[in-house]
Design a protein around this ligand. Structure first.
Ligand SMILES: *[C@@H]1O[C@H](CO)[C@@H](O)[C@H](O)[C@H]1NC(C)=O
Ligand SMILES: *[C@@H]1O[C@H](CO)[C@@H](O)[C@H](O)[C@H]1NC(C)=O
Ligand SMILES: *[C@@H]1O[C@H](CO)[C@@H](O)[C@H](O)[C@H]1NC(C)=O
Length: 976
């Protein structure tokens, strides 16, 4: 009885026939019916027919034959509808129960693991290799070492057996079970959806698009069909947003790319309140994808999305919901798209970013487990500074903190499992050294003999945890007591915490005390605490003192405030952008700034759907399907305008096999589709101020990758040159300058011009000293070429004897280049997306210009970063080592072998070489000595066997040693 497939009519017919049969055999109706229906429903979930067939016999048992048929039909129809609904709900519930009972993938606790660290297996962590040394030699040391080894073996065994999805029988059985469950879930969902359960339909779509584990199949077709039906029947915004994505991206060619339809669905979804769709729509209006560019409209949509993010933020505990951790560019972990040195991402101030540092640490073989272990080891030895940092790491759930204080959150690249309990353990241990009793104790004594050290900062964390109920029950009074202790010592986080408590009257029975609150906020703000500056700003903002407020918000942004300050600044600029009667250049720049800031807020406030983080986790897992899901999530996020997602998608799909980077993930053969998708992502990322991506776009045009077939060779290369030019104009990418120099040298895409070539090579060197070797080689070649060119009668060769006119001022240079290339080629040097008069606008430019205007002292854009816990630990360890350096030579070898600490390494290397040299000399001397002794012994035996001595002499005719009997031999005898 295929009810699920054919719908209601067949069912109704069956029911009717049941009724007739029931009339015919009134007596034994119940039992036979039951049996026959069960027999007919072999392929149905059994429960279905038991429950729904029971009413039939009772209905039919009474009443006259003629009325019965219609009565039964009527009653049964409504009954049946009810049943259907109940049945659908039941099936949906069962499916959800099964789904949530599924063991999730052993989700990687540490987001960035095995895959990105180069050959993780054979490079051992500096920290772990060091750990056992602390234990010295004795039996305890060995025991600890063995235990550590075993522990490592066990954990790696477990993780590898997880990743290989099973060896042995137990896992095979589990595999079967998992498969069955997956089938069960899909079947129940389909069944329920067929019966009209809309939630089931939606869930079916989600499960098909994002398989919960590898037993489920990724099926975009089913997902599309489900969302399509769901959207048309319920007008659900989430489903519409998914449909929009399918149309915008042409994902897996489920539907052809149709930007019009995408725009339509995005608009519906955005109006329905879907934040992702609002961001996507904002991004499309901003960059003119599938629609006319319009800053005003972008502003509207990004404004709504940011508003949602802010609303969510404010629903959190006092001080706002904990921010999601930042996401990571995959390319940063390997030093940028072009690798370390050649990429803008890893040169200059960018090299200080945590993602780059994490990449370096990973490449050196560190795993976060090892780092944690090292910290734990030292913290448990009673090292206060380790304990404090460890508490911080556990509190923020990441090795790396973001700049700007506790409220700024942490960097996802260092993610470890957050653990409030352990954090509290370490913070209390530190605080209790100074304040031996917890606050409620009336013995409020401070141990004056102990230095404060980290105690005040720990008190800030403890207070914060009590204030927000993190790992403990929220207790504002307790929080206040801890804050008061720390504030007394001038700790800025404590002052800010007290301010919040006074402002919001959080202690039961108190009244808001704004004056007191402002005192504390002001004290903390004066210590450059971003959150306190935001709180000051908010106070003035609410009082209508806008300019004063804006001043505080701008300060806060500079000190690293990641969310609220941007939101208020955006509100301010947004108001300015929509004010009538202002000159257009002011409204347009206000609009751009507001959009940029709203975008930042909307992208950071992703509590409910953190696509980037989910994608990172999926990418780190082992199966191909998970990688596919990761790609899909990045793609979804890229459509919403996340630059990091665009960068990551471009990076993993990269088709450019330039010799500068060995592409790791790209398929063996380049495919045009993939290349054009990658190119699209690079272009979009480049539009958001990713300069490496801009160079990449140049590369794609240069190699003709993903470029439309109509493009002929000439125009393609000209475009490549133009992209390189605009990347070079940023004065940040040495690679772009070098490429451009090469194109001028060879006359590719631009007219041949040795002077310009030289100028670009020189600029590359000026920009990045690491480009020294390639630039010198290129310059040498250029001179040779130029000489040849001149010798063969060419004009405009380089003059070897006088300095080129390029060696004048730097800033004048680039302008000149701009002008010249424009004159020479007669083509526009401006970018395609350079609509504004004053150069191309990109996301983040508003922020940059804002910083430039604000920071008269041209402070770097990256706010003062937090210290790097890994290098800190290394420095600590090295210092310790130095202190105990009378260990003897074995330590020198140890140090030399471990490497990776540039300057120290160099010193130690030198010392090691001296030692090695000394050893060599000693062994040579010893060797010589034994030789001499041997020879003397032989001499003694000479009388018996003179032939032997001859041979010996022949074997070493010009030997260093004087022949026996030579008077000089006496000199050598000293050695004896
Ligand atoms: C769309 O439907 C899903 C599933 O029924 C629901 O969770 C979600 O809240 C709906 N979204 C909107 C905007 O109504
Ligand atoms: C890819 O593009 C190249 C150059 O335009 C073309 O020759 C080739 O046939 C294309 N391949 C596919 C699979 O479309
Ligand atoms: C390439 O196209 C440009 C304009 O589209 C044209 O002027 C030029 O002659 C073409 N070159 C070749 C080699 O076809």
């Amino acid at each position: 009885m295929p009810t699920t497939k054919k719908g209601r009519c067949p069912r109704r017919a069956t029911w009717l026939s049941f009724a007739v049969v029931a009339l015919a055999v009134v007596s034994g109706a119940a039992t036979t019916l039951d049996q026959s229906s069960v027999a007919g429903a072999d392929d149905q979930p059994q429960v279905v027919f038991h429950t729904s067939s029971n009413p039939a016999p009772t209905q039919t048992a009474t009443g006259a034959p003629t009325h019965v048929a219609s009565a039964v039909q009527g009653v049964q129809r409504s009954q049946q509808e009810l049943d259907q609904e109940a049945e659908a709900a039941r099936a949906y519930k069962q499916a959800i129960a099964t789904l949530s009972a599924l063991k999730p993938h052993p989700s990687p606790q540490h987001v960035f693991d095995a895959l990105l660290a180069t050959s993780n297996d054979n490079t051992n962590s500096i920290f772990t290799s060091f750990l056992p040394n602390f234990q010295g030699q004795g039996p305890i040391g060995s025991a600890i070492r063995i235990i550590l080894k075993l522990h490592h073996l066990a954990t790696s065994r477990i993780s590898s057996s997880f990743s290989k999805e099973g060896l042995g029988l137990g896992s095979k059985k589990r595999e079967e079970e998992g498969k069955t469950k997956a089938i069960k879930v899909m079947d129940l969902l389909e069944h329920s959806a067929d019966l009209g359960n809309m939630d089931a339909l939606y869930t079916l779509g989600v499960v098909s698009l994002f398989p919960p584990n590898h037993h489920f199949e990724l099926s975009p077709e089913i997902a599309y069909a489900s969302f399509s039906k769901h959207a048309s029947q319920t007008g659900n915004a989430t489903s519409q947003a998914y449909l929009a994505f399918f149309h915008a991206s042409g994902y897996r060619e489920v539907v052809p790319v149709d930007q019009g339809k995408a725009q339509l669905y995005y608009t519906f979804a955005a109006n329905g309140g879907n934040k992702g769709a609002q961001m996507a729509l904002g991004y499309r209006y901003w960059s003119g994808i599938g629609t006319q560019e319009s800053c005003k409209r972008a502003l509207t949509w990004y404004g709504s999305a940011a508003e949602q993010a802010m609303a969510k933020y404010l629903t959190g505990p006092p001080g706002g919901r904990t921010l999601p951790q930042t996401s990571t560019r995959l390319s940063d972990l390997v030093g940028g798209i072009y690798g370390p040195g050649a990429s803008v991402a890893s040169t200059g101030v960018s090299a200080l970013r945590p993602a780059i540092k994490a990449g370096v640490a990973r490449a050196a073989g560190e795993t976060w487990e090892d780092v944690l272990e090292y910290y734990l080891f030292n913290a448990d030895r009673g090292e206060i500074d380790f304990a404090y940092r460890l508490g911080k790491i556990f509190y923020q759930g990441s090795i790396y903190a973001s700049a700007g204080g506790i409220a700024s959150g942490a960097e996802g690249v260092g993610a470890i499992p957050r653990n409030y309990k352990l954090a509290r353990h370490y913070f209390s241990a530190i605080a209790h050294q100074v304040w031996p009793h917890d606050p409620p104790s009336t013995v409020q004594t401070k141990d004056d003999n102990r230095p404060i050290g980290y105690a005040a900062a720990s008190a800030a964390y403890l207070g914060r945890m009590y204030l927000r109920g993190e790992g403990v029950k929220a207790d504002p009074a307790m929080a206040k007591a801890w804050f008061a202790r720390g504030a007394e010592q001038g700790d800025r986080e404590c002052q800010n915490g007290l301010g919040i408590i006074y402002r919001d009257a959080l202690v039961p029975g108190s009244r808001p005390d704004m004056k007191e609150a402002l005192n504390y906020f002001d004290a903390a703000a004066n210590q450059d605490l971003a959150e306190a500056q935001v709180n000051m700003g908010k106070h003035f903002y609410n009082r209508g003192e806008i300019m004063k407020a804006i001043g505080y918000f701008e300060l806060a942004v500079r000190n690293g405030s990641p969310l609220e300050a941007y939101y208020y600044l955006a509100e301010y600029h947004s108001a300015q952008a929509t004010t009538p009667n202002l000159p257009p250049h002011i409204t347009s720049s206000s609009c751009s700034m507001a959009v940029s800031f709203y975008k930042l807020v909307a992208e950071r406030g992703v509590w409910e759907d953190d696509l980037l983080r989910d994608a990172e986790i999926a990418w780190m897992s082992s199966t191909n399907q998970d990688k596919e899901v990761a790609m899909l999530k990045w793609w979804l996020a890229a459509e919403r305008g996340f630059e990091i997602a665009q960068n990551n998608l471009g990076y993993i799909l990269d088709q450019d096999r330039s010799i500068l980077r060995l592409t790791r993930f790209s398929p063996a053969t380049a495919s045009n589709d993939t290349a054009s998708l990658a190119l699209t992502q690079w272009i979009r990322a480049a539009g958001q101020r990713n300069i490496d991506a801009l160079v990449k776009v140049g590369d794609y045009y240069y190699h003709g990758l993903g470029v439309s077939a109509e493009e002929n060779e000439t125009t393609r290369l000209e475009k490549a040159a133009r992209y390189y030019q605009s990347a070079a104009d940023t004065q940040m990418s040495a690679l772009a300058m070098w490429n451009l120099g090469w194109m001028y040298e060879n006359g590719i895409g631009v007219p041949q011009d040795f002077h310009l070539a030289k100028r670009h090579y020189d600029l590359a060197l000026e920009t990045n000293a690491e480009a020294y070797l390639p630039v010198i080689l290129s310059l040498g070649k250029l001179y040779l070429r130029s000489i040849w060119h001149t010798l063969t009668g060419g004009k405009n060769g380089l003059n070897l004897w006088y300095p080129d006119e390029t060696e004048t001022g730097h800033s004048g240079d680039t302008k000149e280049i701009d002008g010249q290339s424009g004159d020479d080629t007669g083509m526009e040097t401006k970018q395609e997306y350079a609509e504004e008069e004053d150069g191309p606008w990109y996301f983040g430019r508003a922020k940059e210009e804002f910083h430039r205007r604000r920071n008269k002292q041209s402070q770097p854009l990256v706010p003062q970063g937090e210290e790097d816990p890994i290098s800190w630990a290394r420095a600590r360890r090295d210092a310790e080592r130095e202190r105990d350096s009378d260990f003897g030579p074995e330590d020198y070898f140890d140090a030399a072998l471990q490497g990776n600490r540039e300057d120290v390494e160099f010193d130690e290397f030198g010392e090691t070489m001296v030692l090695v040299g000394l050893c060599l000399i000693i062994s040579i001397l010893i060797y010589i000595r034994t030789r001499i002794i041997e020879r003397m012994r032989r001499e003694q035996r000479d009388g018996e066997q003179p032939a032997n001595q001859n041979q010996g002499n022949q074997g070493n005719p010009n030997g260093v040693f004087p022949a026996p009997g030579d008077p000089a031999r006496a000199d050598w005898a000293i050695l004896r």
